[in-house]
Ligand binder design. Structure first.
Ligand code: NAP
Length: 330
């Protein structure tokens, strides 16, 4: 089968691999669509822990079950599925175990014609989604879901700010928080993303490239209950300023690096919670799919690439001039 595999020099090459066979308790999925995550990009530039050459990348995939290992329910055969990319989350819903892995390094992932996963990683593809929409959900949707609900406790009438609306995860955080009945504002550095967010019901949309956006946000919004961020960097302290007393700042990434300092005075006086978040547990994955189905949420697809251009799709991931996910179609 064809697969995009990490080489010794960390470049990603399309190579021929033997077709995988499912073992006991496993299934084989013929991939119809996959999606690119920042993780694939970080691996491709050598900035990810535990990189293992020889592995097919790809954490997100949707397709059709075409082979069953011993002991697997026959009901799965020929079913359209979406794959939970968690491996070994472990027993504690609050944090992943030490054995935790994400599909697509070290185990072979979805940038391949076939992938073998344990039966319990399968979920039926929601009928209302196309394969490429379903493939866009797993890693980013799960990350947004946990950040919004487990940690952010976002609910009706909460005032929420989602930074960097154009991002693969952030656009889900925006849609999930809105679907939960919150009033959601966004930031973005791209005019097209700001416009799209307004069209989709953002209460306010601020351009984080403007020097006074924090002042504008303070003036218009009079404090947020929850901020969901993945940019980090210098603006982190400004986000603390924008929170209401007892507000929560949930972050799942640090694309712009570390803040120079942390405003501890403001943090303790306003009784602010700063909460890190990563992916989500298996129960949350099922809940995320149910939520998306209940609210009929369609992922935004920023751009689609054919499987042959997977390397290009990863290289161009940072071009967030339109919001949403980058998807690979087979
Ligand atoms: N912990 C986890 O489990 C987990 C899971 C997924 C991702 N992540 C991490 O989260 C980050 C985002 O991932 P992604 O997949 O959403 O990436 P992405 O699709 O490449 O999006 C990058 C985002 O950065 C935003 N951004 C850049 N500079 C910003 C600034 N100064 N202020 C606010 N936003 C800014 C962009 O916003 P605009 O384009 O709108 O300007 C865009 O939303 C990455 O660092 C990734 O490694 C972590």
């Amino acid at each position: 089968m064809k697969a995009w595999v990490v080489q010794e020099d960390l470049s990603l090459q399309q190579v021929e691999l033997a077709e995988p066979q499912p073992g006991a308790g496993q299934v084989r999925v013929k991939i119809q669509a996959a999606a690119v995550n920042k993780r694939d990009y970080w691996i491709s530039v050598g900035k990810y822990p535990g990189i293992k050459p020889g592995v097919a990348l790809g954490s997100d995939g949707a397709g059709v079950v075409d082979m069953l290992g011993e002991g697997v329910s026959k009901d799965w055969l020929r079913k359209s599925v979406v794959i939970n990319p968690n491996i070994n989350w472990g027993p504690n819903p609050a944090v992943q175990s030490e054995d935790y892995q994400i599909l697509g390094m070290p185990a072979h992932g979805t940038f391949a014609e076939y992938v073998v996963v344990d039966e319990d990683r399968l979920h039926l593809k929601p009928d209302f989604l196309l394969a490429e929409e379903a493939a866009a959900l797993p890693l980013s949707g799960l990350t947004a879901f946990r950040a919004c609900f487990f940690h952010g406790q976002i609910a009706e009438e909460k005032k929420v700010l989602v930074t960097g609306f154009g991002g693969g995860v952030a656009h889900y955080a925006f849609m999930f928080a809105r679907a939960a009945g919150a009033s959601v504002s966004v930031t973005s550095g791209k005019p097209a993303n700001l416009e799209k967010a307004r069209q989709m019901g953002a209460t306010h949309a601020f351009d984080y490239r403007e020097a006074d956006w924090i002042t504008q946000a303070s003036m218009h919004c009079s404090g947020f209950d929850v901020i969901v961020d993945s940019a980090g960097g210098k603006q982190f302290n400004e986000l603390i300023r924008l929170l209401k007393p007892a507000g929560r700042l949930v972050f799942y990434g640090a694309t712009n690096g570390l803040p120079d300092k942390l405003d501890l005075y403001r943090l303790f006086w306003k009784q602010i919670t700063i909460q890190g978040s990563t992916m989500g547990n298996d129960t949350e994955f099922a809940e995320m799919l149910a939520f998306v189905t209940d609210k009929q949420i369609h992922p935004l697809i920023r751009r689609q690439y054919p499987f042959e251009q997977t390397d290009l799709a990863i290289k161009q991931l940072s071009d967030t001039s339109a919001p949403g996910k980058v998807v690979i179609v087979f």
